[in-house]
Design a protein around this ligand. Sequence first.
Ligand code: HGY
Ligand code: MN
Ligand code: MN
Length: 427
Amino acid sequence: MSAGPSTGTVPTTAGGRAGPAGASVAGLMAEIADVGRDDARGGYSRPVYSVAEHELREWFIDQASRRGLDVESDRNGILWAWWDAPGADRRDAVVTGSHLDSVPGGGAFDGPLGVASALIAIDRLRERGLTPSKPLALAVFPEEEGSRFGVACLGSRLLTGLIDPDRARTLRDPEGNTFADVTAKAGLDPRFLGPDPEAVGRIGSFVELHVEQGRGLIDLGQPVAVGSTILGHGRWRITITGQGNHAGTTLMEDRRDPLVAAAAIVQAAREAALRHSGARATVGRIVPVPGGTNVIASSVSLWLDVRHADDAVTAAVVERIHADARRAAAVEGCSLELREESLSPTVHFDPALRHRLGELLPDAPVLPTGAGHDAGVLAAALPTAMLFVRNPTGVSHSPEEHVEDDDAEAGALALAGVLEGLAGRRV
Ligand code: HGY
Ligand code: MN
Ligand code: MN
């Protein structure tokens, strides 16, 4: 493992055992199947820099090291595992990878499938006797889900300068821990969080493999698709403040109950989205304070997720919800604040790279996705593309998310074909 530059890159520690022969995506996924299981919610809860996600990071470092890749963690906590090309320095690299963190109670495949498939793709290239003509790298991005600190794709946003490092350092998790403190405990130096043009400059193209979070491939009867677009999406926090009081001694006419306003806002979000074809608005998280059964809440925070292919429609839906929310709060004698937490425009993947993937995978259909990804964030800085692997349930961000073993292998083979096409050279 190379020691990183003095800008806070932390060399990693990992075993150096020989890589297992005959490894498979299913086999790698089985190795981590018990990490971060959430018995209360079902599925997996692997927040960034939690014990579970740290265990997955160590697993990845070990797997990559066993394959002789040069592994380092950069100033933003992104893991890079390099397969260098003989005689070539680290620029114009072909990078693949994904994330290991999850949503609360998430599925097994969202993120880890892309990481496991990248490791197996390296194995398949080696089995074919290939050495890369350009550097190849596997990358693991922290906080893709934004489940702990609220901002989606926080690692790739920091890398590419799409979030102010001071804002990132002060983000807090639900327990009140700052991102600066948590990254420091994870071994990083929070002073160095932020844009890393040198790291971005090393990447020629980035291809992310991901479980499909929908039914497209089921309906098409295909195991793998090439991505075309990522739906624009954003997150807003709405805080409603009323009067905390006793549930028994406060007459109904004397209440200023922020949860009643919140209930109206959830309904308003649904109605605002239904006014625009293809728009999506979700409230998946509501936190009353103090949250007692016999207590009228003093305040409530709820988080709004709004998405549409046209960024202007996303803005119009949010504006409509905000207007309805102000009315609902006023009726209840409450005050209201709306704050944008993150916003990602609709992404159209690089046409030339997407065309190249089409040449390399002629049978693969081309599909859009309604889910955000690090490949979408990186698209602002370099050519990126995605591969999707069939999910027979079509369900994601849920324990029901699934990928059959054969499709997982088909995905890794497709990724290997893409990496070979972009950077492979026979010995
Ligand atoms: O929210 C998303 O679309 C992604 O799963 N982070
Ligand atoms: Mn994901
Ligand atoms: Mn996700």
